[in-house]
Write a protein that binds this ligand. Structure first.
Ligand code: UDP
Length: 240
């Protein structure tokens, strides 16, 4: 079931339900893409019509940030919970490992995707790492041709938003992959370059605060986020 929050149609799923839905998409012989919007995406999509359409055109729209969950609650259309992109990605790796499928990693700074791939294969030995490419390419089509030549089943696209979503919507069906996921900085985490918040912080919904503590340069970007909550409250009172 979809729930609309400030123009974005989110899938109302638990992590387990999202993993089940993802597994079905991965088994189907056609291209699908998954997006993982956080509040920054919502604000950007308000000003960028193409981005908004690309998000709503995805096969799964997962609520990545706690800010999305709060906004939904404030708006009076609560979601079952948060499905962090990185956890959904891990669930899809488990699935791919079961079938010995092919994985391609696209994005991040040079060398990061290779290291992420090395660690992923160490943990999931049946996965075939069929290719990696950094995310600072100039020619989108040339990047696509490299991906397609590797014949992946599962593709992680980690170019930051909205670049990764637009890339998937535009080129995804030509990659031959069954499932592409837009995952922001996930390759940096898989490669061990960036740490996720400890579980205690995650449980309290404070992953954003941990990230801010580690990367204070994000303060400018994050300062806009309470605006999403205010807008969600505005929508609720417009309804009543
Ligand atoms: N990135 C990229 N190509 C670009 C811009 C960014 O591959 O042209 C990568 C960047 O190196 C990082 C990721 O995209 O690994 C985006 O990280 P960010 O922290 O912005 O995403 P978030 O995790 O907040 O969604």
């Amino acid at each position: 079931m979809k729930k609309e929050i400030l123009g974005i149609q989110f899938d109302d799923l638990t992590r387990q339900e999202a993993a089940q839905a993802g597994a079905e998409l991965l088994a189907e012989d056609k291209f699908h893409y998954v997006v993982t919007p956080n509040p920054e995406f919502i604000l950007a999509a308000e000003k960028d019509r193409e981005f908004c359409q690309v998000l709503n055109g995805a096969d799964l729209v997962l609520a990545d940030g706690i800010g999305v969950v709060y906004s939904a609650r404030i708006k009076g259309t609560p979601l079952k919970g948060r499905v962090p992109g990185i956890e959904f990605a891990a669930d899809m790796l488990v699935c791919l490992n079961e079938t010995g499928g092919r994985l391609y990693l696209l994005g991040a700074k040079p060398g990061v995707a290779e290291e992420a791939g090395r660690r992923i294969v160490e943990q999931y030995p049946n996965i075939v790492l069929c290719g990696t490419q950094d995310g600072y390419f100039k020619d989108e089509e040339a990047a696509l041709l490299k991906v397609a030549a590797a014949r992946p089943d599962l593709l992680f696209v980690c170019l930051g938003a909205p670049k990764q979503e637009k890339w998937m919507a535009r080129w995804g069906k030509h990659t031959g992959a069954r499932l592409a996921i837009g995952l922001g900085g996930a390759l940096d985490v898989f490669a061990g370059k960036v740490e996720r918040a400890p579980e205690s912080w995650q449980k309290l919904g404070l992953e954003w605060a941990y990230r801010l503590k580690k990367e204070p340069q994000r303060a400018g970007r994050m300062a806009k986020l309470p605006l999403v909550l205010v807008k969600a409250a505005g929508e609720r009172f417009k309804k009543n």
